[in-house]
Design a protein around this ligand. Structure first.
Ligand code: GDP
Length: 494
């Protein structure tokens, strides 16, 4: 049963792979916990753990199998470019427009529902191609139950056909093959099936269990057969949803509508969405004002596998964002705030890494320069350094030609000392900058300014980071200061 619990945990949004190795939520920890708790799922324990100190939405336990009801399959159409994905979606949609009494202005809301004469329903996501599919996958959202793989019978298996197969296989989503363009004279469905064999897609005709339906998306031929094959596979999959728990779903599309404000199309995966529900998705939240179906008609509620347009968002969430219901608006704000905080931390960490890499790079080239300079006289060296601007103390005199030259000349005299060398890592004209601080920090150096200023934020930043910043207006004081600094760094005499 441990595996079962682990599986359940994996199904939550917790990204177990990304956790620190010393985090409490390791696989061992989970197994340990489950064992200790006598096989009872201790969800409460999760909230005590390190990762759950956060204010994000608490995960609800998996639903009680008794409350589950059947739900329609959610289908994504994939395949190589120009093999007819868009045409197929259009034709499938048309079968419904003709059938529906509203008959007409179907809106593009990212998905549509097809109802078979037998009453079975299928939800088609109409953002074709694996880009959308993998974008959602990347966010851990698997909204697709079945992939319809479109292969043009006059072209056969192509690069993106293979990629689509790999995406589906990786996500363990079963495939139905739509052998398209069968109206064409050159069509060779048998060849398509042979080619698919190589990629592990074994059609029924070749002794496998993958259904292949010969269609013409353009002429609308055999679409009912395709839909029936899909419904049959769905029945085998025994797709179930929990209409009771808190709402969970995934954003399929989002845009701002002039009249309705920020709008998302979303697929509901758990619970039943109603007006007034409070939702969070990514860093956006909503108090649901209206629900619309693909015909633009208002809906009262939307259960598992239903695609619905949601109005009431304060900001736009992104496609692929997970939608979760929370108990109150206040809680929604708290969750969003927490997520913003986490993101900021993440960004800061990344910035820090970039800075460190830059500093490392600088240090490397500085070392190389030093080696290259070793055989030159100080005078030559200074010239070269002057050009390459690689030095060990950040220096900021007020003007480049006069005082800088003078300072460098005098510094020359210190260079003879073998026990402690003075290096100017960088010099430049103008007020002390953040870059000077970064360099000084990298080299544990001191920032000297002559006849220049340092702004209050710079001084505060330097103070926080423990970087000495010394400003002088009188040149001999600057040198005395430098001398002191150098002596303080001399090895202690016995
Ligand atoms: P997608 O890139 O996969 O979405 O492909 P499209 O749906 O845009 O179709 C590419 C081209 O193939 C278009 O010119 C379609 O008219 C054509 N096409 C699509 N399905 C069929 C079909 O069943 N028969 C024929 N003859 N042409 C088709």
């Amino acid at each position: 049963d441990v595996d079962h619990v682990y599986e359940a945990l994996l199904n939550t949004s917790m990204d177990l792979d990304s956790l620190e190795p010393d985090s409490l939520l390791t696989e061992e920890w989970i197994k340990e916990t489950v064992k200790k708790s006598g096989m009872k799922y201790k969800w409460a324990k999760l909230s005590e753990s390190k990762v759950r100190e956060d204010k994000d939405v608490e995960r609800q336990p998996p639903p009680d199998p008794a409350v589950l009801v059947s739900r329609p399959p959610v289908v994504t159409i994939m395949g190589h470019v120009d093999h007819g994905k868009t045409t197929l979606l259009d034709s499938l949609r048309k079968t419904q427009v003709a059938a529906s009494e509203a008959g007409g202005i179907t809106q593009h809301i990212g998905a549509f529902l097809v109802q078979l004469p037998s009453g079975e329903k299928i939800t088609f996501l109409d953002t074709p191609g694996h880009a959308a599919f993998s974008a959602m996958r990347a966010r851990g959202a698997l909204v697709t139950d079945i992939v319809i793989l479109v292969v043009a019978a006059d072209d056969g298996v192509m690069k993106q056909t293979v990629e689509s197969i790999q995406h589906a296989q990786k996500a363990k989503v079963p495939i139905i093959v739509a052998v398209n363009k069968c109206d064409k004279f050159e069509a060779d469905p048998a060849r398509v099936k042979r080619e698919l064999l190589v990629h592990g897609v074994v059609c029924e005709e070749l002794g496998g269990d993958v259904q292949a339906v010969h269609v013409s998306a353009l002429k609308g031929e055999n679409l009912l057969e395709l839909a029936e094959a899909t419904a049959a596979l769905a029945e085998l999959l025994e797709l179930k949803g929990d209409p009771k728990g808190l709402v969970e779903g995934t954003v399929i599309e989002s845009h701002t509508n002039k009249g309705k404000g920020p709008i998302t199309s979303a697929i509901i995966q758990r619970g039943t969405l109603k007006r007034g529900c409070v939702l969070v998705a990514g860093k956006a939240w909503a108090k649901v004002r209206f629900l619309f179906d693909e015909n633009g008609l208002a809906m009262n509620e939307a259960g598992p596998s239903v695609v619905v347009e949601i109005a009431g968002w304060k900001e736009l969430p992104s496609a692929g964002d997970e939608i979760l219901e929370v108990e109150s608006e206040q809680r929604a704000r708290e969750v969003v705030e927490w997520r913003e905080y986490v993101e900021e931390q993440e960004k800061e960490k990344q910035d820090q890494q970039v800075i460190q890499a830059k500093q490392q790079e600088h240090l490397e080239s500085y070392r190389k320069d030093r080696e290259a300079l070793a055989h030159l006289t100080w005078y030559q060296r200074r010239r070269v350094r002057y050009k390459t601007e690689k030095h060990l103390m950040a220096m900021r005199p007020s003007d480049m030609d006069g005082s800088l030259e003078a300072i460098l000349d005098i510094l020359e005299t210190y260079d003879a000392d073998e026990q402690c060398q003075l290096d100017v890592v960088h010099f430049g004209v103008g007020d002390i900058s953040e870059n000077d601080l970064n360099l000084a920090e990298t080299f544990s150096g001191t920032v000297y300014g002559f006849n220049v200023k340092a702004s209050r934020p710079i001084l505060q930043s330097a103070g926080k980071r423990g970087i000495p910043v010394k400003l002088h207006n009188v040149i001999y004081k600057l040198f005395n200061d430098l001398k002191d600094e150098l002596s303080s760094r001399l090895p202690p005499t016995l």
